[in-house]
Design a protein around this ligand. Structure first.
Ligand code: FAD
Ligand code: MLT
Ligand code: ZN
Length: 458
């Protein structure tokens, strides 16, 4: 699909010939991380600053060409790739990480900076960026703001929105909004940063963010706790959440997923005697939380075994059984991914019954369950199902999402709606909610050039 010559000329005038890609190098921008969503683009445009982002959007708006903003392309809902022939606007060149303001415990980072580079800058200053997840090395600040990324520390510190003190962004209108002073209290009008956070590139293109940092702790302890069943694990996490004020993370994995990870990595199982369910729990503090964690683990019923580590190598040996789930599942086949939240009271029942719901829709399917149990956020991954069968997708998606909603949950906890779930948004948002979202979309992006297929769909 060739780029219109006059559009090409105008885009090159903005970014320079080296930063407009319309040859084979487009390939990696056209397919998502899971391999499920593949599109085609006439060009990838790589602006080097906010002015260039605004100028690129201006050119695209005048030519009536839609744009997909893209950061690290680690999104899991088909929102970052050009499924309908859009131009890809890659923000990766905006990767500056500003100096840490130690007094305010804040920093400003460009949209293209990786989450890990922000964590590292914070750590060098004796502080911590509290958002963390497996894709930290590739996922960008812009992408994490656009998706309101969650991850493993939401339990204690909140998700990306909770760290966001301001953004700079170019709206679909071409207006640049910028508030990066980092004022902790500022209720002067609408919270534009809050609106842009989680808008998945449909309202504006984030070019920088002002981020809150928290105190770094001298002591961190990680424990993998084995249980006989999910209800016991969920009850234990509820107890720890209310009794351990050092609790950073509580993540659940099941025996089949742990065996899969161990097989893919070629490492042993965590215990001589495998258990049906494991919770990976992590606590940190200025004082060593190991004793408090031991007391808390000792106080719950149903514990079959515990492995503990306080050193970095030992902790990452425990974490790999959880963190390597995503890439290990991809070795089985391209997964259908469902990222849902349930009320805590419905969590164990949901996890018990969802495999049967999946099998009723797709008898050949295997269901993998893992996730952020402390937040009620479970990742339901389905393999063994054809990837290019829209009719089957429809049946499977409808079965899972209707079950989630019937259990009182919601269809997107942290990955966003993207294109994958746009069709199902009305299952868990009212007509009034949807009308308000559409009104925001028309106000921020009246020409409809920003990610038109994402979230609200076309
Ligand atoms: P992309 O994938 O490039 O884009 C994601 C969305 O944001 C798209 O809709 C895109 O158009 C939009 N976008 C990107 N940049 C901008 C911008 N500058 N301005 C406006 N819109 C933009 N997510 C979690 O929440 N928690 C997890 O625990 C987690 N773990 C993961 C583990 C692995 C191994 C992988 C592969 C993914 C994981 N994810 C997780 C999903 C993903 O990493 C996050 O959604 C992340 O925030 C996406 O960032 P990105 O830079 O890759 O964005
Ligand atoms: C995770 O928690 O590991 C991620 O959200 C990625 C996934 O769902 O696979
Ligand atoms: Zn997750």
């Amino acid at each position: 699909m060739p780029l219109d010559p006059s559009l090409r000329r105008e885009l090159v005038d903005v970014v320079g010939p080296a930063h407009l890609i319309d040859d084979d190098r487009r390939a990696s921008y056209e397919i998502d991380w899971t391999g499920r969503f593949r599109g085609a683009t006439p060009a990838v445009v790589r602006p080097g600053g906010t002015d260039e982002v605004a100028a690129v959007l201006d050119v695209c708006r005048r030519h009536g060409v839609a744009v997909v903003p893209q950061g690290g392309n680690t999104g899991l809902v088909g929102g970052s790739v050009p499924l309908a022939g859009e131009v890809v606007l890659s923000l990766r060149r905006l990767d500056a990480v500003g100096e840490v303001d130690r007094e305010a415990a804040q920093l400003t980072a460009g949209a293209g900076a990786s989450v890990e580079s922000v964590q590292q800058a914070a750590a060098r200053a004796g502080l911590r960026y509290a958002v963390d997840f497996g894709a930290r090395g590739s996922a960008t600040v812009g992408g994490s703001v656009a998706t309101d990324a969650g991850g493993i520390n939401v339990l204690r510190w909140g998700g990306t929105r909770a760290q966001l003190l301001g953004v700079e962004a170019v709206l679909g209108t071409g207006d640049v909004v910028s508030r990066l002073q980092g004022l902790v209290k500022d209720n002067t009008g609408y919270d534009l940063a809050g609106v842009l956070c989680g808008s998945e590139g449909t309202l504006g293109v984030v070019t920088a963010a002002r981020l809150r940092l928290v105190a770094a702790h001298e002591h961190t302890v990680t424990a993998l706790v084995a249980f006989a069943d999910v209800p016991a694990a969920v009850r234990a996490v509820a107890t720890w959440r209310s009794s351990l004020d050092t609790l950073d993370a509580a993540e659940i994995v099941l025996d089949p997923g742990v065996r899969l990870v161990a097989g893919v990595l070629g490492c042993g199982l965590p215990f001589d005697r495998p258990a049906p369910v494991y919770v990976l729990v992590e606590a940190s503090g200025h004082d060593d939380p190991t004793d408090d964690l031991a007391v808390a683990v000792g106080a719950v019923v149903g514990v079959l075994g515990v492995a503990v580590a306080s050193d970095a190598a030992g902790r990452s040996r425990l974490w790999r059984y959880r963190e390597e789930h995503t890439s290990s599942i991809n070795t089985v086949g391209v997964p259908h991914k469902y990222d849902v939240t349930l009320p805590i009271a419905a969590l164990a029942g949901f996890m018990a019954d969802v495999p049967a719901v999946v099998r009723a829709a797709a008898p050949s399917a295997t269901t993998w369950l893992f996730g952020h149990v402390g937040d009620g956020n479970i990742h339901v991954n389905v393999t063994g199902v054809a990837v290019d069968d829209p009719a089957l997708d429809e049946v499977l998606d409808e079965a899972v999402y209707r079950f989630v909603v019937a259990c009182g949950g919601c269809i997107s906890a942290e990955h966003g709606i993207g294109t994958a779930k746009a069709r199902w948004l009305s299952l868990d948002r009212s007509a009034g909610d949807l009308a308000a979202m559409r009104a925001l979309k028309s106000a921020f992006d009246p020409a409809g050039i920003l990610n038109p297929a994402v979230l609200l769909g076309q």
